[in-house]
Design a protein around this ligand. Structure first.
Ligand SMILES: N[C@@H](CCC(=O)N[C@@H](CS)C(=O)NCC(=O)O)C(=O)O
Length: 194
């Protein structure tokens, strides 16, 4: 889908005045302006003029309209100084219902208004973008999903740890019960000789 187009023009002020008048029947008006740029539109500025000091290479632009508006565009453009490039009428070389009118703007750009509908058919108003069905309310508000952090290399599982080998407790020297010293034997008293 095209959002906007722009035509190069050599005399910015002259072109602006021309397009204000020529596009009025289409419901177009000057909506936005920056130095050297002018945006025309019905709902949004989708047709722009850009000032240029270079030789103009004429372009072609066509505005969609109903048949009566095609006629009104042609009249308004000629009244604003356009050169005739094709009176309103069918152009069956494009398709059986193609109805268009062509003019050349002050720089020679080929400007057209055209209708693709059979005679009598009414052109619908510019379609607004279809409304999105209202998003269902989630029952409970979930916390915003966290962006997964950049994948880290999988952490290595530590190898199953062996239980640290137990140092055998320093062996205490087994204390032997101190050998009992035989009690000093009393010398057996010899009976005194009689
Ligand atoms: N004088 C022709 C003009 C036709 C015309 O300009 N047709 C457009 C296509 S819808 C075209 O050839 N545009 C190319 C251009 O202007 O460079 C007429 O009245 O049919």
């Amino acid at each position: 889908m095209i959002d906007h187009v722009s035509l190069k023009v050599s005399d910015f002020e002259k072109a602006k005045e021309f397009y204000k008048a020529a596009l009025a029947p289409l419901g177009y008006q000057l909506m936005m302006e920056f130095p050297g740029h002018a945006g025309f539109g019905a709902e949004a500025p989708d047709f722009w003029l850009t000032a240029s000091d270079q030789p103009i290479n004429p372009a072609h632009v066509a505005f969609s309209a109903g048949r009566p508006t095609v006629d009104a565009f042609y009249e308004a453009a000629l009244a604003a100084g356009a050169k005739d490039n094709g009176a309103p009428g069918l152009r069956p070389q494009y398709h059986p219902d193609y109805y268009g009118a062509f003019v050349l703007d002050p720089d020679g750009n080929n400007v057209e208004a055209c209708c693709h509908l059979p005679e009598g058919a009414v052109k619908k108003a510019a379609r607004k973008p279809a409304k999105k069905p209202a998003a269902k309310k989630p029952a409970a508000k979930k916390p915003a999903a966290k962006k997964p952090a950049a994948k880290k290399p999988a952490a290595r599982k530590p190898a199953a740890r062996k239980p640290a080998a137990r140092k055998p407790a320093a062996k205490k020297p087994v204390k032997k019960p101190a050998a009992k010293k035989p009690a000093a034997r009393k010398p057996v008293k010899k009976p005194a000789k009689r």
